[in-house]
Design a binder for this molecule. Sequence first.
Ligand code: FO1
Length: 313
Amino acid sequence: MKPGHYLALAGGVGGARLAAGLARALPAGHLTVAVNTGDDFDHVGLHVAPDIDTVTYTLAGINNAEQGWGIGGESWAAMGALTRLGGPDWFLLGDQDLATHILRTQRMRAGETLSAITADFAARLGISQTIVPMSDDPVRSIVETDEGTLPFQEYFVRRRCEPRFRSIRFEGAETARPAAGLLAALDDPALAGIILCPSNPILSVRPILSLPGIADRLRARRVPIVAVSPFIGAKAVKGPAGKIFAELGLAPTPSGLIACYDGLIDGLVIDHEDTDAACPVRRHVTGTLMRDSDDQTRLAREVLDFTTALHAG
Ligand code: FO1
């Protein structure tokens, strides 16, 4: 693997798992994970940043590994008390997870940026890589469905992605500034590769690529941009990517992914089960299912070696 700094773009659970593998496969300080914030929302007066927390908890090794999001061994006493007093019960807030939302909200109200708070929490949790929100300005994913307009978490959690997906917009993205930590990684002379993690391409990666100038800056660096497919056997490993692709008329195939990423990628990592579909870019075929942290690290190493091979041309 070519030494240097790597930039990973990630959202939800799949992205966090590969990001954790990359964090283990790379020396400390050689990885920046830029995370989608379109899922963020205000819930019971707290700023909840699900993808930031999923990436942070997973890199810290404290996440609920089966569920993907939230903290392992969580208790739900506060949730019980919340609902007893008439609070909403559709979005589960664990007792340990609440500490993150409470302190983040307090510090943002005091004027701290999401980047600074995220970096502080990561350091306190012993993470030696950089986790940065895609922007410190608010961006909110709004989903248009056949049942009307839904804020992201209402669509994703409350309605369990059942309404028919028509389109999504990232409110605020047109004026949101990419976070300083994301720009620093993009401007780093030692940047050796950019990895689009196996997150939901529409819900988790596209918000990051929608920030003004980001796609052009990715291209301008002329380092390999490698995407890891979130599909295995043309089905999403987890979450609604397959359903949303179908509802958008996109094929859950290498070509569909490349179209979804506007031709940005130089290489694609796909699973053995997806080799019969045409692939218009260089591809690396392997087992992409990450059942545990060893799988995460193995896949990450293969992605980094593939990126290096693309560098060599
Ligand atoms: N996902 C759910 O399906 N149900 C939940 O109750 C839920 C709570 C939750 C709390 C904190 C957090 O960081 C994530 C949470 N998620 C939950 C996942 C969340 O909806 C994310 O947006 C997904 O991971 C997609 O990115």
